[in-house]
Design a protein around this ligand. Structure first.
Ligand SMILES: Cc1cc2nc3c(=O)[nH]c(=O)nc-3n(C[C@H](O)[C@H](O)[C@H](O)COP(=O)(O)O)c2cc1C
Ligand SMILES: [Mn+2]
Length: 490
């Protein structure tokens, strides 16, 4: 059975030795982030994790315990999705993608169980939930009741870093859930850092087009069962409901409860819910914020979220994360996305054999792709495909290699990729949308990308010289030396 809520996952992590409790009082202003950094930098755990999950029982100035580093490891991510390896999640997705349109009656009957399974993942509306144990409205609302972190010295303030931001497309009524950080300005207002290409920002623009003077209802859930909590960062297409996807991931529908003060719904098992609206007219300076690039993202103008109502469990846990120089907890989230969505990429581009995104590439700066090359220019076709594929459009550098390179072995990759290169011939530039956090781009959100064709070059690509074989000892010699080996006393 799926985890019913965040605390059930906490219990599991504790049982598995993946969580530590901190009973001493620690300040959410900088100190909790620094403790997390010191734990994360334990080299004996790299690259499998950035230290254990941490439950701070006594954050200074708040009665609410704080959970951080929850998903910062390969094993914890597998525990979150209740699998031994993330490839099992990928295989389930592949199973659904492979469902072809039924040809005859027999095919249709065969498909029914799968369709029924798919139907069983749809979110379910329920009347009430544990997230309503405490309800506070109007002047009773005080965000500073929660141990919201200031992570780095130059941060513009305290930031909610692990929210699920719920909006509805004002034209279609379809739901979106995104993980967008929120800078706390005072007891009842925050920033809303949905970047311009994200679905929340699109809902905002559509609402603005309909009524520039109006508001868009927004609800924010903090802390839920792991699949639901993570669903806000998934790069899925617009109008595909993240709550449906979460139901698929946890193999059980997400139960949703109506908000108290607007027409949105939130997960019934949420630890904390903030209800309110975003004003469509007024923007406010947001940032700086020590970001997952390892640099500060600078100030920018973003919408403001007005909190009108807070609901929470009697004894809520505040879920948060800290980002900073890689690798951090979010690397393992990105890694899960890479593994889970590989089959989706392969479905659209079957020539893709594997994809790797090293931690130092902070998601959008570097993608390595191994392809089974079939025709001239194939590597360039794949670069262009990736630059047009959802959030992969942000990828600053794409390196394409042949299928026989182990792209997760960076030593082999660098060696073979560089050997296959005539830089002037094999590098291609492109212009387009870039990550908002890219501080080197000529303009915010717009800049250049580079593709490197590090595949073997073919005569049909104008390469007239012979291409050498990779050096390998022959099997007969190896066998002979094997029989001599003991006598050599090496
Ligand atoms: C820890 C963390 C923090 C994030 N913060 C932001 C943010 O502040 N703004 C943003 O636009 N995306 C942020 N993202 C990325 C989005 O969550 C991600 O792009 C997601 O797919 C957006 O949802 P959407 O596609 O429904 O817009 C963050 C991701 C993580 C893992
Ligand atoms: Mn979305």
């Amino acid at each position: 059975m799926a985890y019913q809520d965040l605390r059930e996952f906490v219990k599991r992590l504790e049982k598995e030795g993946e969580l530590k409790r901190i009973r001493a009082e620690v300040d959410p202003i900088l100190e909790i982030a620094e403790v997390t950094q010191r734990v994360a930098r334990d080299p004996s755990r790299a690259p499998q994790s950035v230290g254990p999950a941490l439950l701070f029982e006594k954050p200074k100035g708040s009665g609410v315990p704080l959970l951080i580093n929850t998903f910062g490891g390969v094993r914890r991510m597998a525990l979150a999705f209740e699998v031994n390896d993330l490839s099992e999640v990928a295989e389930r997705i592949q199973g659904f993608l492979k469902m072809e349109t039924p040809q005859g009656l027999f095919d249709k009957i065969k498909m029914l169980p799968k369709l029924a399974e798919l139907g069983s993942f749809f979110p379910k509306t329920v009347k009430s939930g544990l997230c309503k144990e405490v309800i506070q409205q109007g002047s009773a609302v005080n965000l500073f009741d929660f141990p919201i972190l200031k992570c780095w010295p130059q941060d513009g303030g305290r930031f909610i870093t692990f929210p699920l931001v719920f909006t509805k497309n004002p034209e279609t009524g379809k739901r979106n859930v995104g993980m967008y950080r929120m800078q706390v300005y005072d007891e009842r207002t925050t920033g809303m850092h949905w970047q311009t290409q994200k679905h929340g920002a699109e809902h905002f623009r559509r609402a603005q087009a309909a009524n520039p003077e109006g508001r868009i209802p927004v609800a924010v859930a903090i802390g839920s069962d792991p699949a639901t909590a993570l669903s806000g960062m998934l790069p899925i297409p617009p109008d595909l409901d993240e709550m449906m996807f979460a139901g698929f991931l946890r193999r059980e529908p997400v139960e949703m409860v109506p908000c108290e003060t607007n027409d949105l719904e939130v997960p019934a098992n949420a630890e904390i819910v903030l209800e309110g609206y975003v004003n469509l007219k007024k923007l406010r300076t947001e940032g700086p914020f020590g970001d997952h690039t390892g640099f500060y993202s600078l100030e920018g103008e973003y919408p403001v979220f007005h909190v009108e109502c807070v609901t929470h469990r009697k004894d809520p846990i505040y879920l948060t994360t800290v980002v900073g120089p890689p690798p951090q907890e979010d690397f393992y989230m990105g890694h899960a996305v890479e593994r889970i969505f590989l089959p989706v990429m392969k479905m659209q581009y079957p020539e893709i054999v594997d994809v790797a995104m090293p931690a130092e590439g902070i998601f959008h700066n570097l993608m390595i792709v191994a392809i089974r090359k079939s025709y001239p220019g194939h590597a360039r076709k794949i670069m262009n495909a990736i630059w047009s594929l959802g959030q992969a459009m942000f990828t600053k550098v794409i390196v394409v290699v042949d299928h026989d390179v182990d792209i997760h072995n960076y030593s082999e990759l660098v060696w073979k990729a560089l050997c296959a290169l005539d830089p002037e011939r094999d590098v291609q530039f492109s212009l387009g949308p870039v990550d908002t956090l890219d501080h080197a781009a000529r303009l915010q959100d717009f800049g250049s990308k580079m593709g490197i064709d590090a595949t073997r070059k073919w005569p049909s690509e104008g390469f007239a010289r012979p291409w050498p074989d990779e050096i390998r000892m022959d099997e007969a010699t190896k066998a002979r030396v094997q029989s001599l080996w003991k006598g050599l006393q090496l």
